[in-house]
Ligand binder design. Structure first.
Ligand code: ZN
Length: 476
C-alpha cells in the first residue's frame, strides 16, 4: 500500500521536526524527578473532567461499575426512575446494551445537569439509609458507593484536568500507598492518557479535542506527568489544526514537545491496521514514541452498527451481535500483529493485559488474549499494564501466580508488565487505596520491576541516569 501525497509530506516534516531522543520530550519537572531516582510510576491514569465526557459516558461507567446487589439502585441514580422488574433480571452487560440501544433511557440533559441531579439523588438516598440500622451489613455497600460517587462527582465538577490530577496525586497515588506501608519517601511520576471521545461519539463533548490536548500538553510544565496524545484515524480526514497529522506534528515538535506517547482506543470505531495510521506508526517507531492501546473490557465503544472500519485501506463492515462483540473484535490484541511485523522496533503497551475477565476466568470470552499477548511479548517490543484489574481479587491473584512462576511466562511478565491504576475510571468499583496496598504487598520484591524499571524501558528512557551524568561530565 502506498502513501498519499499528504502522508508523504507528513512523514517528511515529522522526520525533520521530531527528535529521536525520548528524554528530550520530558518536561523539566518530570526529568528532575526521574533524575533524583527515588520515584514510582503509575503507567495508566486518566484525568479528564466533566467537560471532557458526556452523560452517556458517565452513565456507562456507573452501570458497568455497579455491584450486582446495587444494580437497581444505580439505575435509579442514573435515570431518576425505579428499575422495573423486567430490568431487574438483566445482567450488567445487558443493561449496558439497553443503554447503547436506547440512549433515550437517560434523561436528555447536559453533563452539569446530570451531575446536579445525581447529587440530589445521592442526598435523598443518604437520608433513606439513615432510617436503617447503621450496623446492618447490607447497608454498608450502599454507604461506600455513595462516598465513591460523591468523590467522582467532586473530581469531575472541577472542570480542570490539573485539579483532577492534584486530587489524584494527593488522595490516590501509588507513592503515598507505598510510603505509608514501607516508610519510604518515593516521589510520583504519572503517565496521563488522553481520550478522544468526540470522534467516536459524534461531537457531543463540551471541550474540543484540541482544547483537551492543550490542557493535557501543558501539565508537564507544572507536574511530573508524561502525557499521551489520543489519536483516531478518522481525524486524518479533518482539515486544519484538528487534522490527525497536524495534531501529531504539533504535539511532538522538537522546539516545544508537549506529548511523550500515543494512546489508541480501537473500540471507539477503528482498527490499528487503518491505512491512515500507517504513517503515524512509522514515525512512532523511527522517533521512539511509545504507543498504548486499550486491550480490556468493552463497556465503552462506538454506537455505530455495523461498524465500518478501514483495514489496510479496504473497507470492512463489522456486524457481530451484540454490541459488546463488535467492540471486543476491535480491541483484540491480534489486530496489532501486522503493525508490529512492519515496525519491529515499535514499543506497544496493551492496556489492561487483555482485561480483568480474561485473568479471572479461563472460560471468559477474552481469556485467549493472555497466551496471544505472551507470544507478542516474546516476538516484539510488547508490554502490558495490569490497570483496572486491581479491583478484582481473583484476577489479581491469578496474575500474581503467573508473575512469580519460575518459567518463561513468569520471566516475560517480570520484564514486561507495568503497574497502572486506570484512575478515575476505576473509582466506582474499587476502594483504590486498599486495592493498591494489597497489590503492592502481594507482588513483594517485584515492586521495582512493575512500578519503575519496566516502565522506563517501555518509555525508552531507562538510560536517563547515564544520560544526565554524561551531560554533567561534559559541562565540567
Ligand atoms: Zn484507561
Amino acid at each position: 500500500m502506498s502513501y498519499t501525497s499528504e502522508q508523504i509530506s507528513f512523514i517528511e516534516r515529522a522526520t525533520e521536526r521530531i527528535s529521536e531522543n525520548p528524554i528530550s520530550r520530558l518536561g523539566a519537572i518530570t526529568k528532575s524527578t526521574l533524575e533524583r531516582n527515588n520515584f514510582v510510576i503509575d503507567a495508566h491514569c486518566h484525568i479528564f473532567d466533566s467537560d471532557c465526557i458526556n452523560v452517556s459516558y458517565l452513565a456507562t461507567r456507573m452501570i458497568s461499575g455497579a455491584p450486582e446487589a446495587l444494580k437497581s439502585w444505580v439505575w435509579r441514580l442514573i435515570t431518576g426512575e425505579k428499575m422495573g422488574y423486567e430490568k431487574n433480571i438483566l445482567s450488567h452487560l445487558e443493561l449496558l446494551e439497553n443503554l447503547y440501544k436506547n440512549p433515550d433511557l437517560i434523561p436528555d440533559e447536559n453533563v452539569d445537569k446530570f451531575i446536579e441531579r445525581i447529587e440530589t439523588e445521592l442526598n435523598s438516598m443518604e437520608v433513606e439509609l439513615k432510617t436503617y440500622d447503621n450496623k446492618s451489613t447490607s447497608v454498608f455497600p450502599k454507604r461506600e458507593l455513595i462516598i465513591r460517587y460523591r468523590n467522582i462527582i467532586r473530581l469531575l465538577s472541577t472542570k480542570r484536568m490539573s485539579d483532577v490530577y492534584v486530587t489524584f496525586r494527593d488522595r490516590y497515588a501509588i507513592n503515598n500507598v507505598i510510603n505509608n506501608a514501607y516508610d519510604t519517601d518515593k516521589e510520583l511520576v504519572t503517565i496521563v492518557l488522553g481520550m478522544d471521545l468526540n470522534s467516536g461519539w459524534k461531537g457531543s463533548i463540551n471541550k474540543s479535542n484540541s482544547q483537551q490536548n492543550d490542557e493535557l500538553g501543558k501539565l508537564p510544565q507544572a507536574y511530573p506527568v508524561i502525557p499521551f496524545l489520543p489519536i483516531d484515524p478518522r481525524r486524518a480526514d479533518d482539515e486544519g489544526e484538528g487534522n490527525l497529522y497536524n495534531l501529531f506534528l504539533k504535539a511532538f515538535d522538537v522546539d516545544f514537545p508537549s506529548f511523550f506517547g500515543v494512546k489508541c482506543y480501537p473500540s471507539l470505531g477503528y482498527l490499528p491496521s487503518d491505512s491512515r495510521l500507517k504513517p503515524i506508526f512509522e514515525i512512532c517507531e523511527k522517533k521512539r514514541i511509545p504507543v498504548l492501546t486499550h486491550c480490556g473490557g468493552e463497556s465503552v465503544s462506538t454506537f455505530q452498527n455495523p461498524i465500518i472500519v478501514n483495514r489496510n485501506g479496504i473497507e470492512e463492515s463489522i456486524s457481530l451481535r451484540p454490541r459488546a462483540a463488535r467492540a471486543r473484535y476491535l480491541n483484540e490484541p491480534r489486530e496489532w500483529l501486522e503493525v508490529l511485523r512492519t515496525h519491529k522496533d515499535l514499543k506497544l503497551c496493551l492496556g489492561h493485559f487483555g482485561s480483568g475477565g480474561a485473568w479471572e476466568d479461563p472460560e471468559d470470552v477474552r481469556a485467549h488474549r493472555i497466551p496471544t499477548i505472551f507470544k507478542m511479548m516474546e516476538e516484539f517490543n510488547v508490554y502490558a499494564d495490569f490497570s483496572f484489574n486491581l479491583e478484582s481479587q481473583k484476577a489479581t491473584d491469578n496474575f500474581i501466580n503467573k508473575l512469580t512462576q519460575k518459567n518463561w511466562e513468569g520471566e516475560l511478565m517480570r520484564d514486561r508488565t507495568l503497574f497502572g491504576t486506570d484512575f478515575w475510571v476505576i473509582l466506582p468499583m474499587s476502594n483504590l487505596n486498599l486495592d493498591q496496598a494489597n497489590f503492592i504487598k502481594k507482588i513483594g520484591g517485584l515492586r521495582d520491576n512493575l512500578t519503575n524499571t519496566n516502565i522506563l524501558k517501555y518509555l525508552g528512557i531507562d538510560n536517563i541516569l547515564n544520560h544526565s551524568k554524561q551531560i554533567e561530565n561534559a559541562s565540567t
